[in-house]
Design a protein around this ligand. Structure first.
Ligand SMILES: [Zn+2]
Length: 445
């Protein structure tokens, strides 16, 4: 496709830019799923919390439709497959083209792995449960636990696998596959995260306990996630991490409101830990969403902080209710008010518009700064955040032209994003013109 576009273009410079931008994607992707977390689960937790949850302040938000290929109401396998691969499949199917030819569908985890980046899966369910499996396995049934574990350990090989143990996973099989294994919070927190390459956290022999019941020696989702980030951020190329708050769903099935709220608040704490890591970065995409709603929860009255709200439940299963999405960072602007769960694969992996080096949807001063900050340097070819949109491995006039030639295009980021001082803007614009002039003189054509 790209070659066809290039052959149609007469200007080789434009072609080089197209080629370079085609490979530009968020460096780090943190994909967070509250299993069974519909809008009313968020509202109930917010009321109990006495204020907004961490992810409710993220600048880009919308609602997501969740149906499976063969049913209006999805299960976690079909939903995880849709989120991970962009394809609708039948309920119970784990990232295979069913309906279809049964071939393996490339997941976001595999997509980033193919780009040479580290990957991880973190969950409060047992490790081979449907949601993490959708990102790291390919099986006709979510109940093929042994095969899902085999897919993890021998095929997709995420660098980090943190969740409940057993159900196909064992300490021996993980060690045989070259994984370091930890089995409790103490072991997790004692890891030297600078030297770990493949780590399997097998915490207990099933799902982790509910937050409201206490976790004993086992780690919280926020602890697992913080450790996963500490390990994965050793990769200079970036990483893909999926984090699931898996037991919001279980509490929904049982219509247990306090349990549901406890899981949602720990999920919010986990998002906060991620935001603490990602805050201020311009190369990272954080997505927070759900796979479906569970329980038909309807919040009726706020009874104040620390008190359970008054609610009704209409189901002990999943519902077809739309679920919320919240996003921050590179490509987050591609989140729209109404989305489908198959839209995320393209949203995450999309290249930016020309000149939009930090993938925030707008060409402006922040993009210019990447070029001025690396002016006249040789950098990794096509690295946008090092200021090389022209893709020639050198930061110079060609790169400046890409940004200035597309100046002010796109949609400005919403309020709350980092905006430079007007004085700095003027300074950099003057500086850019001076540099542009000098560069033109020193390179006569
Ligand atoms: Zn469920």
């Amino acid at each position: 496709m790209l070659n066809q576009i290039c052959s149609l273009l007469t200007a080789t410079l434009t072609c080089a830019i197209t080629a370079s931008l085609a490979s530009a994607q968020p460096k780090n992707v943190i994909f967070m799923i509250g299993d069974g977390m519909g809008p009313d689960q968020v509202e109930a937790a917010r009321m109990f919390n006495g204020g907004p949850l961490s992810f409710e302040s993220l600048p880009y938000q919308g609602l997501v439709t969740t149906n499976a290929a063969n049913a209006a109401i999805t299960d976690s396998a079909a939903a995880a497959t849709a989120l991970a691969t962009g394809q609708k499949v039948n309920n119970s199917v784990i990232s295979l083209a069913l309906p279809g030819d049964g071939s393996e569908l490339t997941t976001l985890l595999e997509h980033y792995q193919a780009l040479g980046r580290d990957t991880g899966l973190v969950t409060t369910t047992y490790m081979t449960h449907a949601t993490p499996a959708g990102f790291g396995a390919h099986e006709p049934s979510r109940y093929n636990s042994t095969q899902i574990a085999g897919d993890y350990l021998n095929q997709t090989r995420p660098n980090v696998l943190f969740g409940g143990g057993a159900h196909g996973m064992s300490v021996a099989s993980a060690q045989l596959a070259g994984y370091n294994v930890v089995t409790d919070a103490a072991g997790l927190l004692a890891l030297n995260t600078n030297t770990q390459t493949f780590v399997s956290g097998q915490f207990g022999t099933t799902h982790l306990p509910y937050e409201v019941n206490g976790l004993g020696a086992l780690p919280h989702l926020s602890q697992m996630t913080t450790t996963a980030l500490d390990i994965l951020d050793n990769d200079p190329d970036g990483f893909f991490l999926m984090v699931e708050g898996g037991k919001i769903d279980h509490a929904g099935h049982s219509n247990l409101l306090a349990h549901n709220i406890g899981e949602t608040i720990e999920f919010s704490n986990t998002v906060q830990a991620v935001l603490d890591w990602a805050g201020g970065r311009n190369d990272t995409l954080v997505i927070v969403t759900a796979d479906h709603e569970t329980g038909g929860l309807n919040v009726l009255a706020d009874n104040g902080p620390g008190n359970l709200p008054t609610v009704s439940w209409s189901s002990t299963g999943h519902t077809a209710a739309n679920v919320p999405v919240y996003a921050l960072g590179a490509n987050a602007y591609r989140v729209t008010a109404t989305m489908d769960n198959t839209d995320f694969f393209d949203l995450v992996t999309a290249a930016g518009l020309p000149g939009d080096l930090n993938l925030d949807g707008f060409v402006g001063i922040e993009d210019l700064n990447f070029i001025l900050g690396n002016w006249n340097l040789n950098v990794a070819m096509g690295d946008l955040l090092l200021g090389d949109p022209s893709g020639d491995g050198y930061v110079g006039i060609e790169d400046l032209n890409v940004v200035l030639g597309n100046w002010n295009t796109g949609t400005p980021p919403p309020p709350g994003s980092v905006v430079p001082e007007p004085a700095a803007t003027i300074f950099f614009l003057i500086a850019s013109l001076v540099l542009l002039k000098r560069r033109t003189r020193s390179r006569p054509t």
